[in-house]
Structures are given as C-alpha cells and as structure tokens.
Design a protein around this ligand. Structure first.
Ligand code: KG4
Ligand code: ZN
Length: 353
C-alpha cells in the first residue's frame, strides 16, 4: 500500500489528509476559515495566510494521528502548489517542504484543479473510472470543462470568460443580502422560491464550450436593486453597495438565478459529452455540491454522472493526496526547492511540471 499525506492551503481552508493507494481516505481534517471571512463578505487574503500559519501544525498532526499511520510509514508528501492566493499557498508549501526535508520523503507539488479532478477517484473507489471522461470543475475561482483521456492527461475544452460559477453565486448572494458563501445560501433560499419568477439570461448558445456569468450577475443586479440616482448630464456611476428593492422576493430571485446558471452549465457539458464520446461526466469543485446542478445533469444526460460527497466537493486535502498518488506512481517527484504558482492552468503539461 502507498500512503500519501496531502496538504492544502490554497484559499480559505487549512487541510491535511492521509490517503491509501489514491482511493481510500484514512483521515481528512479541514479547518475552515468561513467564519473569519464571513464579515467581509469574501476571502480576505492577509487574514487567510495568518490563519493558515496558526492552524497548519495542528491540522497536519491531527491528520496523521487520525490515520493510524505513523510518520515513518508515509511514502510521500503532496502539497497544493497553485493556483490560489500566494500567501496562503506559501504556508502549505513551506510546511510540506520542511516535513519532506526533515524526513527525506519525496515531495509532490500538486495543481489544485487536478486535486478537484481526483476527488472523483475517492468517491466510489470500487467503481472504476474508464477514460475518456468529461470533467466539469466548478468552484469559487474556476469553471473548467476538461476532456481527460488518461491519468494526468487533460484537454481544456472551455471555461469561463469572466466570473467563475462559484464567484457568481457568491456575488449574487451578496447582492441578495445572503451570508457568505453565497452558493449554499442561494441554494437554501432557492428551495423556497419560484424559478420562473424572473427571466435571467443564460450563457450564449454558441459553438464554443466557454461560459460567461457576468451578464447574468448584472441582470440580477438590475432586477433586484434600487437603480442609482442619475444626475442630469452625468454618466451613471455604478453603486458600491446597491440597496435591495423592497418589492422583490429573495427566494424567487435566488431560484431564478440558480436555474439560469445551472442551465448554462448543463447545456454545454451535455453537448461536449456527446461530441467527445466519453464514458461518463464527472462534476467537482464547491459548486458541484449544488443539488439542482446534480439533478439536471443526471436528467439531461444519458451517461452516468458522478460527483463527490459534499465534504469532498469543497476544498480538502484528501483530493490532493489522491492526485499525489498518481503522480507518485508515474515516478514524478518535485524538488525540495518547490515554488508556488498562484496562476497555474491545468493543461497537458501540468502533470510533468
Ligand atoms: O472548491 P471550493 O471550496 O473552493 C475553491 O477552490 O474555490 O468552492 C467554493 C465555492 C464558493 O463559491 C461557494 O459559494 C460554492 O463553492 N458552493 C456552492 C454550493 N456550496 C459551495 N455553490 C452552489 N451551491 C452549493 N450548494
Ligand atoms: Zn477548490
């Protein structure tokens, strides 16, 4: 058996986990900073790195203790190298380097998006995934549609041209006066609302596999907030903190927004799955926790649709350890001088970098 310790600090979760053979989770510890950032309505980078520094030691200790595997039995240490917030990434990478150097164990620098992909390998370890598969990663920072033809082999078919899907949920959540993060709170409100109450635009039905959500966000803004006062002869300045109109239903607006966003994601994903003849559709990232997205994707595609359990949709280190396993298996190792890559796309060459 191969035991990999995974460490993840790319955004606002300090996480560590031990995974056996890339599929069995032995421990999975996540210290979330949601409460810390909620009062700012988003992730505050300086606070995030400070919180990572405070939490990382205890989180890693806990993950190793929970796993029942002693430090010396660990085969390698996998850590998120990017993309993400530079200060946050540095905390995890430096901590992992320290551990690896002190013990002489191999170090594996992992792409965070690749981690989200490999969360699917932890989902139903006994049901094998046959390539090629289509992967839709929808998180707070990313919306990526990938054709995956083998371990570490990705072709990017498309992605968002502006806001990420989760970012759109978070921004619209803020507009509607819902707490951070917007996604789960919009979903809760939407469950009590009428999705046909408002007509919001979807991504263009063009040939591409790209998405665009900023038009949708602006349409929600126009519909639900009090228009700014326009002085004669002056350009209308966007309001910094637009006020919610008193006559709108937050639940209906949430339901209509969610319907439009999910509709765009499902339409292009299902079309790509048909075009590329994949065996199944894999959903991952924080937004894949959304039950409307899961239901619609299942209803509209004749192929199996797989998604992680809720605790593996959002950021965690088990997925980093799982991605690390396949990299370890193929003999790839990172140097002890591993750097961070705040902007690091997931492409065909990511695996060997
Ligand atoms: O993958 P993740 O934990 O972090 C990033 O790598 O970005 O994703 C966080 C994002 C947030 O934007 C959050 O609003 C969204 O996932 N999210 C959801 C739901 N749960 C989390 N969006 C829609 N519906 C949900 N149930
Ligand atoms: Zn993520």
């Amino acid at each position: 058996m191969t035991f990999i310790l995974g460490i993840e600090t790319s955004c606002d979760e300090t996480a560590a986990a031990v995974v056996a053979d890339g599929k069995t989770i032995l421990s999975n510890v996540v210290a979330s900073q949601i409460d810390l950032h909620a009062k700012y309505g988003g992730v505050f980078p300086e606070l995030a790195s400070r919180a990572h520094i405070e939490a990382i030691g205890a989180v890693v200790e806990q993950a190793v203790a929970d796993s029942g595997i002693s430090y010396d039995k660990l085969d390698a240490i996998a850590v998120t190298r990017g993309p993400g917030l530079v200060g946050s990434l540095l905390v995890g990478v430096n901590y992992a380097k320290g551990l690896a150097l002190a013990s002489g164990k191999p170090l594996l620098g992992i792409n965070h998006l690749e981690g989200h992909v490999y969360s699917l390998w932890l989902t139903e370890p006994n049901r094998e995934i046959r390539f090629p598969v289509l992967v839709l990663i929808v998180s707070g920072g990313h919306t990526e549609l990938l054709l995956m033809t083998g371990h570490g082999v990705y072709e990017r078919l498309g992605g968002t041209l502006d806001d990420a899907a989760g970012e759109a949920f978070d921004k619209v959540g803020r507009l509607l006066g819902l707490p951070f993060p917007g996604g789960p709170n919009i979903e809760r409100a939407a469950n009590m609302g009428n999705l046909t109450a408002y007509r919001f635009p979807r991504s263009k039905r063009d040939e591409s596999y790209d998405f665009s959500f900023s038009g949708l966000k602006t349409a929600v803004l126009r519909e639900v907030t009090v228009p700014p006062i326009q002085e004669a002869g002056k350009k209308r300045a966007p309001e910094k903190n637009p006020k919610l109109r008193s006559d709108i239903s937050v639940n209906d607006a949430a339901a209509s927004f969610q319907d439009a966003l999910v509709g765009s994601l499902v339409e292009k994903t299902v079309r790509a799955a048909r075009e590329f003849g994949v065996t199944e559709i894999l959903l991952s990232g924080g937004v894949s926790a959304n039950s409307l997205l899961r239901q619609r994707m299942r209803a509209e595609s004749e192929l199996p649709v797989r998604y992680p359990p809720l605790n593996l949709c959002t950021d965690n280190a088990a997925m980093i350890a799982a991605a690390g396993f396949y990299r370890f298996q193929s003999g790839l190792r990172s140097g002890y001088d591993l750097d961070v890559r705040p902007m690091w796309p997931l492409t065909n060459t990511t695996y060997s970098e």
